[in-house]
Design a protein around this ligand. Sequence first.
Ligand code: FPP
Length: 233
Amino acid sequence: MSLKKMNNQNMPAHIAMIMDGNGRWAKEKGLKRTAGHEEGAKVVREITKYCSNIGIKYLTLYAFSTENWQRPKLEVEFLMKLLDRYFKKELPIYLENNVRFKPIGDLSRFSKYLQKTIRDVEEKTSHCTGLTQVLALNYGSKDEIIRAIKKLNEQELEVSEENLESCLDTAGMPDVDIMIRTSGEVRLSNYLLWQNAYAEMFFTPTYWPDFNSSELDDIISDFVKRERRFGGI
Ligand code: FPP
């Protein structure tokens, strides 16, 4: 069945992805790791457009984790420049596709310059009503939960699931329906630990630069057949 014709009720509202394997993809081709990130950025664009076309409401991609600062300085610098370039080039494409952009994570560790680029795109796409593309930037789930607890305390809110959720970076977004990790690794790596509580998990050996909309289609088709009981019977 074509995904466009699928009953909307069965379609996932929120797809999250860990885009892994850029380095190995490049190494196996005798290229520098950075070439893998460069190719990975093109896949981000393809998958975002595809999700927007088939009516997904939220796509959350792990672009830079709180642990990624431990990488070699040159690789971190490259990723920062790549992100800046990506956002500047992407703005018209977001607008053309009615895509709203939203960052999650602690942006304060990025340069003021990159923070401004990110906030600019967030602001200029805030009126878009189609897909929300969420990029996790200097994001770690434990860090997010600690920041949320601090907010709860500051606002003197009662500790409840609802109140904690309202203080997470993902406030107002539905929980994750489909969680995908590429490159054959089978772990969550501090990603959306709260939001993935009832997500259906998919792990593919494909390296991120080789991932495409056809493989995503297969995953969604598998997802719609799964019976989700959310702890019931
Ligand atoms: C994991 O592959 C990937 C990252 C840490 C960065 C993800 C970045 C991109 C997909 C490109 C830039 C993103 C945007 C939004 C423009 P890895 O380097 O850990 O690969 P490896 O495990 O094979 O070494």
